[in-house]
Design a protein around this ligand. Sequence first.
Ligand SMILES: [Zn+2]
Length: 167
Amino acid sequence: MAERMVKCYGKDCEVANVKHPSNIMTKISGKNYCPECYAKEMENRRQRDKLYSYICEVYKTPFVTPLIKKHINDFIANGLTYKRIYALIHYCYTIKKNFNMPDMKYGIMTLGNYYNEMLQYYAEKKRQKEKNKGKKNLSRTIAIDSNVYYNNNYKKNKLYDMNEENE
Ligand SMILES: [Zn+2]
């Protein structure tokens, strides 16, 4: 008997209206995903949760407010990724001089004003790094700047992500 064909809720498949045999599908929140979209969706959720927990750290709050979530979704709708929003907050919070984070009750939308500045900062950093090839300490400053304690694994991930932003 032929396998039943079902819809995938992954963005790429949904747009192309691709269907897959039901036996290869995995459910997330009650919706079917093909293996490829499943991996993407899980990674996406991991990045989102990482961003949320970073915001909790920055604002010393146990949860991300609905307004901040809304602003994150607005950034995403404007083409940013969770990783880039993370990088933007990190830039404003730990790197930008003489800068106070906006009060949580106003959300984080205004940080978008510094997005280009952040890109320039990392582009310049990358240029410097290439100039100093062989000296390996430059990228470490990012993790060490932060006054919050992380376990080593997390520190490594963070470093990796920030470096990736430069590529
Ligand atoms: Zn799919």
